[in-house]
Design a protein around this ligand. Structure first.
Ligand SMILES: C[S@@+](CC[C@H](N)C(=O)[O-])C[C@H]1O[C@@H](n2cnc3c(N)ncnc32)[C@H](O)[C@@H]1O
Ligand code: SF4
Length: 446
């Protein structure tokens, strides 16, 4: 990376933080927001399954410890919420189920997915799971239902697995490989999730993880850079230690080189064959509706946040209300920037299509931003398309990582205050909050 690129990276990172501080001004809602579909818009359905048997130190996703009765009651409420959005007139062609561990209760999940397929024109479903829920018999139940399944591995190194408390729970590297080799060809797409740039991780360990993953021949491999937010950085330091040197850029280049013979779906996902169905549902769908506890919806420039607390969620569903309890609004420019990031993350933007779908003039509305990105060599224009360079791919990985880290701001508020109660419509975030600094994460209650 040259000096100019280094500056561009630092500048973009700072601008992203500013944008997040401004954008994630969350307000509690007096009563849930109505969700109304627009005729000309295509939506994606997101469902959240907030249960895990084990909590990993680096993970900030919204979750509870698994309890069978709790999970059964939850799935029942989830199906009621899905019926409610059907009554509101929504339709979907694509569904992403995230967690937690979405296959934690296979029968309940299957019932829920079958309901969604019956109610909506869903053509593709993606789910996330852990290595304890990929046995061939169970997976076979989902043939013709789940199209893509991603399984968290994180690393094939036994020491790392022990440090992140996954060795005893999910098995040694050898056991993980055996489990995965039996699971890869049951559903159309099997993705292995790895995390890189873990503190203390060496180039040899990284190459070993990539080689094992490639040899298992899954249809996709996703390599996430380690994301640290105020919510997770202490636990990461306790379990894995603190990095002496940040290897992110170097490791990212190694990964891209390693997957030269693969198709790159986006900044961090690689496939044997080009596939638009990958981990980044936000790249393919600008607007999405989230169901379930702690799910986010992005509709009409607003981020709506569903109740995190399971009792609050159950109460809202019982009252036949939309389950959202808070919102964050974005102005037009913020929306254009957000959609720009999610699309360019996949490597290319069709400017005319972008302008038509977002109803904007990208080159005018983000004139300064695009000028900087072009000057630093992150993007280039060819005809009516914008393409990322190798440096650009990395820059957008960093910005996407910042974006996800920023989402932890919202989770931070609700995690420790799952039962936030307030009479009024209030600002709960401090204006000068910094996603990377937990000390700034207190929130004000007016
Ligand atoms: C929501 S998790 C679900 C995976 C599943 N429960 C499991 O543990 O195998 C999806 C993936 O996000 C990635 N992930 C979670 N926390 C991360 C972090 N702090 N940094 C980078 N990737 C992370 C992991 O690769 C994980 O497998
Ligand atoms: S990585 Fe998976 S198992 Fe671990 S806490 Fe996150 S969602 Fe749960």
């Amino acid at each position: 990376m040259n000096l100019f690129q280094n500056l561009a990276l630092k500048y973009s990172h700072t601008m992203m933080e500013k944008s997040l501080q401004k954008g994630f001004n969350v307000e509690l809602l007096k009563k849930p927001r109505e969700k109304t579909p627009k005729n000309d818009k295509s939506y994606m359905l997101y469902a959240h399954i907030p249960f895990c048997h084990t909590f990993c130190p680096y993970c900030s996703f919204h979750k509870y410890y698994y309890d069978e009765n709790l999970a059964k009651a939850y799935f029942e409420n989830l199906r009621k919420e899905i019926l409610l959005i059907k009554e509101q007139g929504f339709n979907f062609t694509s569904m992403y189920v995230g967690g937690g561990t979405t296959l934690i209760h296979e029968e309940e999940l299957l019932k829920t997915l079958e309901l969604c397929k019956k109610l909506f024109d869903i053509k593709e479903i993606s789910c996330e799971t852990d290595p304890n829920h990929i046995n061939p018999e169970k997976l076979s139940m989902f043939k013709g239902v789940i199209d893509r399944l991603s399984c968290g591995v994180q690393s094939f190194n036994d020491d790392i697995l022990k440090k992140v408390a996954r060795y005893n729970k999910f098995g040694s590297s050898q056991i993980l490989q055996e489990k995965i080799s039996k699971a890869v060809n049951i559903l159309p797409i099997f993705s292995i999730d790895l995390i890189f740039n873990l503190p203390g991780q060496t180039i040899e360990q990284l190459l070993n993880d990539l080689t094992i993953a490639k040899n298992l021949a899954p249809q996709q491999i996703t390599t996430y850079p380690l994301m640290k937010s105020g919510l997770t950085k202490d636990n990461i330091a306790k379990s894995l230690g603190v990095s002496i040197k940040d290897n992110e850029f170097e490791f990212y280049q190694i990964i891209r080189g390693f997957f030269k013979d693969y198709q790159q779906n986006n900044g961090w996902s690689f496939s044997l064959e080009k596939n638009t169905f990958n981990d980044e549902y936000v790249s393919s769908h600008h607007e999405y509706l989230g169901v379930g506890s702690g799910a986010f919806s992005f509709l009409d420039g607003e981020l709506l946040i569903n109740a995190f607390d399971l009792n609050d969620y159950a109460r809202l569903i019982k009252e036949k209300q939309n389950a959202n309890i808070a919102k964050a609004s974005f102005d037009k420019k913020e929306i254009i920037k957000y959609v720009f990031l999610t699309e360019i993350f996949a490597g290319k933007i069709d400017i005319d299509r972008f302008n038509k779908t977002i109803k904007c003039d990208l080159e005018k509305d983000l004139f300064i931003e695009l000028l900087g990105l072009k000057a630093s060599g992150a993007i280039k224009k060819e005809g009516k398309f914008l393409f990322t360079s190798e440096f650009g791919q990395y820059l957008f990985v960093v910005l996407m990582k910042d974006f996800y880290t920023g989402m932890d701001l919202v989770r931070a508020v609700f995690r420790d205050n799952k039962r936030i109660k307030n009479k009024d419509f209030i600002d709960i975030m401090k204006e000068d909050v910094n996603p990377l600094d937990p000390a700034s994460m207190e929130f004000k209650v007016n």
